[in-house]
Design a protein around this ligand. Structure first.
Ligand SMILES: [Zn+2]
Ligand SMILES: [Zn+2]
Length: 141
């Protein structure tokens, strides 16, 4: 049985459904992903474009990446959540942002790319305290 992965943007105007296992799940630290995400990386699951249906109004932003390849980033036209990216170097494929998936159960980052561009602050240091959910913390007044 083919797994299905549904997802949506922050406001819910854009939804998608992907069928089948992703080709690869990658974490990217390139400068473009950093600026796009507003944090140190993006995590994306690559699928064949045929395996994905997207509903809702998307905005698109294109830029050239390296020689002869053009990247298109698609985002919700209303709330701006990044939905997918595609690259003319890999026609027929698109990479959905893992953070917009409803349930990425069973998916894990398989490769980290552009590790050299990883900002020093984008990692959990040894002394970082982590919380399973929102901590029960309030600022002092
Ligand atoms: Zn939205
Ligand atoms: Zn990147």
């Amino acid at each position: 049985m083919n797994p299905k992965y549904s997802g949506r943007c922050l406001c819910g105007a854009v939804t998608y459904l992907a069928t089948g296992k992703p080709i690869v799940v990658a974490q990217c630290h390139c400068e473009e992903c950093r600026r796009l995400s507003g944090t140190g990386h993006t995590v994306g699951a690559m699928f064949s474009s045929n395996a994905v249906t997207v509903n809702g109004k998307l905005g698109e932003f294109r830029y050239s990446s390296g020689k002869d390849s053009e990247v298109t980033k698609a985002f919700c036209a209303n709330c701006g959540s990044p939905i997918y990216g595609k690259n003319t170097r890999l026609p027929g494929h698109l990479t959905l942002t893992l953070g917009t998936m409803d349930d990425a159960d069973g998916l894990n980052v398989e490769v980290v790319i552009f590790e050299r561009e990883k900002p020093h602050w984008d990692q959990l240091g040894r002394d970082v305290t982590s919380f399973a959910a929102q901590p029960d913390w309030k600022p002092d007044d």
